[in-house]
Structure formats: C-alpha cells, structure tokens
Design a protein around this ligand. Structure first.
Ligand code: X8Z
Ligand code: ZN
Length: 599
C-alpha cells in the first residue's frame, strides 16, 4: 500500500505538549500558520516514520511500544493542527494557502480525537491490530504452521477443493482475536472524526475528493454501474467453468461462487485460475512466472527491471539509498508486515519499499505498483509538504498499474519473458481473459470493502452483525459466498490486511477504473494508433513527460485539474476500461448466451 502516514503524519512536528497549545496563532496570518506547521512537521515526521518503519520490519512487543508512542505524538500534533486550522477557514487568504488549510482539515484515515487519553488508545489499537495481522499464522491439526504467503501459494496453485477450503478457513483464524479491538477502533475513529468536524469516520473518508461526501458516494456508485454489466458476464462464465472443474454440486449454476475457488485468499483477483479459463488452450503462452524462474530472476533483478520501465519513459533513476534501505526479501528469522508498501521517508530523500518479493508474475506486478508510488514521491519531492500526496488517493494507486498495462506481449518479448508474440484473435482473447480476471474481477471487491466500513462507521452495521454484514456485501457485489457457515465468532473482514491496517480501500476501486483512462491518454500522447490493448508506452519519453508532469502536481490542485492535465477529461470514467475489453466482452456474451446469469 501507499504508506502515506496520513496528512497529519506527513506534517508531524517534534513539539511537546505545551508548544502544541499554539500560542502564536492569534498573531499569525494563515500563510504563516501553514508555513510554521510544515516546518514543525518535518522533524517529528522523521522520527515517527522511523518508528513505524522499524515496527513493520520487526514485529516485537518493544517495537509496539515505540510505534504506539510515536503514533500518539503524531495524533496530538494533528489534533492541535486541526483545531488551529479551523479558525482560518473562510477567512481571506491566497489560493494556495486556502488549499493548504483545506487539506489540513480533510481528515486522515484515523483522525485524532481531542482527548489525549483517547489519542494514546487509538495509536495503541492500530499498532496492535496491524501487528497481529502481520505476525498471523495458521497452525493445522498436525501442528504444522504456515504464514500468509505460504497459504496464498496454495490458493494460487491447488485445485483440490478440500485443501483450498482448509487454507481458506485457516487464515481466517487469525482475525477473531482482534474483532473486539476493531470495534473499539470504530468508536475511537468516530470520536476523532467528530472532533475534526465530521459526522462520523465514514463521512471523513468520503470527504477527501474535492466534492461533498454525498456527491462522492454517488460518483463512485455511477462508476460501478458503468462496469457492472461486464462483471456480470465475467462472473457468469467463470462460474460455469468452475462448475465443470469442481462439479455443479460444489458450484451451482445459478448461485454465488464459493469464495475459496477463485485463486486468491480474498477472491479479489482471479487471474490465478486463468488456466481453467483460457479461451484457446495453448495459444500464446502468457506464463511469465515460469519465464522469471527459468531465467534466474532474483528479487533484485525484478526490482531493477521494474525501475527500467520507468526510466525508459525519461523518469529519473532511483536513488542508491532506495536499494540500500528497502526491504525486498522476506527475512527468515522474524515477523514483518509483508503486505507490500512504499514509504516516503525523510521528506522525499529516502524513499523505500517493503515487499517480501517472491519470484512470480503477481509479485512482479506488485513491484511496478510500488514503484508507481515511489515515482510519485520523487516527482513531488520539492513541493511544500502539505501538497505532497496523490491528486486523490486513487491517483497514487493507479500509477504503477498504468505502467503494467503497457507490459504487452511485445514488451515481454523484448525483455525475454515470453518466447514469441502471437498476433491472432485467439491470442488477443487469451490475453484479455487473463487481464480481466485481474482487473474486472477486482472491481466489486474494491467497492464493497469500504461499503462495509462506511456502514460500520455510521452504525448501520452493528458490532454484533460485523460478519453477517460483510458476507451480505460480498454476495451482493461479488456474487460469492463463504464455502462453510460463518458466525459472529468470526471476523472475516479482519482477515484482509487493509482492515487491521486501516487503509481506506475505495482508492483501489477508483484506481482500477482510472488506470485505463490514464493508459488511453498516455497512448494517445505516444502516438499509438490501433486498439488500446496493443499499446505499450515503453520507451516513450513523450508519454513519460505527460505522466511526470501530472505526478509533479501532487495534491496542490483539486484532482480534476490533474486529471485534465493528463487526459483532457475532468471526470473519472469507466468507458476506457469497457472499450479496452471490447473483444472479450463479445466473447463472454457469446459464451453466456444460453446460460442463466446472475445469483
Ligand atoms: O494493497 C495493495 C498494494 C499496496 S498499496 C500492494 N493493493 C491492494 C490489495 O493488495 O488488496 C494493490 C491492489 C489492491
Ligand atoms: Zn498501493
């Protein structure tokens, strides 16, 4: 994930409580206030980020103390900053200062409550939950214990119904211990949101998009409506194929799909079952994983190859410190938070990633994703710290993924990762199927996670219904169901990193839509003609310049300005993703014509 430690954390100041009272503010202009906060922020940010980095790289009870303490200080700083910033709202100031004040008041993923005791408790529960997830293991009846990455490998590769069920259920034994903690987090988060001027935490999260929260939720719904018919076609065909694979007693032809059969621990992307779904068997191998293995790629070579894509666009090389300080290999002897993330330490001077890289295609993709964050950091490095951030959070998530859309067969061939480029309608369909299993399958998942959290934060889903509310949405949006009965003793939402890690998730839904818009715009800049799915911007500096210019804006302007600078449009729009997949859409409709779709 993007490790932007919230606006407040980006602005942390190393100041102790008495100073935080902010006696100066009455005489300060808004502009002076903004400048002071940013100055104060830098020193504390350095300290807090260091504590967080160490915590995530060494999960121990000692690092929990240090991280919680650092988190507490940053919440105190944020609370104070918000209280002061409120006073300037609506008064006379230049445009840039007004934007800065607005961003300060926007609220973070966990806005600070005013009460110092609650600040300490909030920092503590967040540290604990993420640590428990990071150290999570499933030990089976034989006493054999496995970590998440080993369990994911089974989900990816096994086609044995019972084995899949075992690891699916097994990973979900990790989260019940922090179900109560999450409930407390919701109370504290809502308190923080209210103290920051929002109705609840849902409203705070929905307020980060340069429009009213209710306009934003309507906009997100509109985007989902644009792509849902295509998702329904994909779902219908996947269900039929899984029925052939596992039997209709296991996968009924008219109901939701059992959640453990889709090749992914959370059923969020389905490309690992591509071999079951391949439209034209054996036409144009897309097996990048075995190519990486065969050619002896190691973790470092994977990172260097990903970097080379960015530099081919004329973007700068990564600083040497990136390679010195990043974690790219899973340590054997300690617990770390393996969920991939990118960090902007030391004010743009020490960007790092933390990823337990494995030699496979999925991880290769994730590396490009993380470098997308890193290049954002590098390009907005010289902006005032309040403007360091994605135009909105979905932009930050979309950069590396946009690059991946240019990893066409032609590009892969050039890198020696496939043997030959096959150009035929059959080859196109295979390629599109694989990508749709990743990108289209993800959309309802990307949407439903925060649908659940918004309802939890607003109280519409009560604590005693957390799990039922979760599965209701999983079925409604994704058309999947739990393979075994679940109860309120479970906490299945908590088995997904971003819940204990408290990372908002709508950003990914938006990213998956926008990356196709970005890809289309960059391909136009690169002078590509012909179908969009054949375009690669690899090596094109014109496209690279357009991308870099957008990144350099950070969040200094409302996001429609950044969107317009790159694409000429001021709105997010699902039509690029639908156009991109036109050949596959036609194929799916044909395949499904005698089937009863829906669930
Ligand atoms: O969390 C991530 C990135 C880090 S921002 C690895 N992603 C989401 C996920 O894994 O659930 C990328 C796509 C969706
Ligand atoms: Zn990310």
């Amino acid at each position: 994930m993007l490790k932007k430690l919230s606006l407040a954390l980006a602005l942390l100041a190393c100041v102790t409580s008495p100073l935080l009272a902010g006696e100066k503010e009455s005489k300060e202009t808004a502009k002076e206030f903004v400048e002071r906060i940013q100055e104060e922020g830098k020193a504390l940010a350095k300290e807090v980020e260091a504590a967080y980095w160490v915590r995530q790289n060494f999960i121990t009870k000692d690092t929990a103390v240090l991280a919680a303490k650092a988190g507490e200080r940053s919440l105190a700083f944020e609370s104070n900053m918000v209280e002061q910033a409120k006073k300037y709202k609506g008064s006379d100031m230049d445009e840039s200062t007004a934007r800065a004040i607005e961003l300060m008041l926007r609220g973070s993923a966990a806005p600070a409550p005013n009460d110092p005791k609650l600040q300490a408790e909030l920092a503590q529960v967040l540290t604990d939950m993420e640590g428990q997830y990071g150290a999570g293991k499933y030990c089976n009846a034989d006493g054999e214990c496995r970590e998440l990455q080993e369990l994911e490998k089974v989900l990816r590769e096994s086609r044995d119904y019972d084995e899949l069920l075992d690891v699916w259920q097994g990973w979900r034994t990790v989260s019940p211990p922090y179900r109560k903690t999450y409930q407390r987090f919701v109370e504290l988060g809502n308190q923080g949101a209210q103290d920051s001027g929002f109705k609840n935490l849902a409203e705070a999260w929905q307020s980060g998009y340069d429009m009213k929260p209710e306009e934003f939720t309507t906009e997100a719904r509109r985007l989902w409506t644009q792509v849902k018919p295509f998702y329904d076609e994909l779902h219908c065909h996947v269900r039929a194929k899984l029925g052939e694979q596992y039997g209709q007693d296991k996968v009924p032809a008219n109901g939701p799909i059992p959640a453990h059969l889709l090749g992914n621990m959370w059923s969020q992307t389905w490309d690992n079952i591509y071999p079951i779904m391949e439209p034209h068997a054996g036409v144009a191998s897309l097996d990048v994983t075995s190519a990486l293995e065969k050619q002896g790629y190691d973790e470092m070579k994977m990172v260097r190859t990903a970097e080379a894509f960015f530099t081919s666009l004329g973007l700068p090389e990564l600083p040497e410190s990136f390679y010195e300080n990043s974690l790219i290999k899973k340590p054997k002897d300690r617990n770390v938070v393996c969920h991939a993330s990118a960090w902007d330490l030391d004010n743009g001077n020490d960007p790092r990633i933390k990823q337990c890289v494995e030699i496979n295609e999925e991880q290769f993709g994730t590396l490009h994703h993380e470098l997308g964050h890193i290049y954002y950091y590098l390009m907005y490095k010289d902006l005032p710290s309040v403007f360091k951030g994605g135009a909105h959070d979905g932009f930050h998530e979309a950069i590396g993924d946009t690059i991946q859309l240019s990893m066409t067969p032609g590009y892969l061939k050039e890198k020696g990762l496939i043997d030959e480029v096959v150009e035929s309608p059959e080859a196109t369909l295979n390629k599109q199927m694989k990508l749709a299993l990743e990108k289209i399958a993800f959309l309802p998942f990307g949407k439903m996670i925060d649908e659940w959290r918004w309802k939890v934060f607003s109280g519409e889903i009560a604590p005693e219904d957390y799990n039922k509310g979760w599965w209701d949405l999983r079925t409604e949006y994704q058309g999947i169901e739990a393979p075994v009965e679940r109860t309120e003793a479970d906490f299945d939402a908590g088995a997904k990193y971003h819940i204990p890690g408290n990372t908002p998730y709508t950003r990914y839904f938006l990213s998956f839509i926008m990356q196709f818009q970005f890809h289309k715009a960059l391909c136009e800049k690169a002078g590509h003609t012909g179908p969009l799915h054949e375009c690669s911007i690899y090596g094109n500096e014109k496209a690279g310049k357009a991308l870099g210019d957008m990144l350099a804006l950070g969040q200094s302007k409302p996001w429609p300005d950044a969107m317009e600078a790159l694409t000429g449009q001021r709105k997010m729009d699902g039509s690029a993703i639908i156009d991109y997949f036109a050949p596959l859409n036609a194929y799916l409709k044909e395949q499904n014509k005698d089937r009863q779709c829906g669930w």
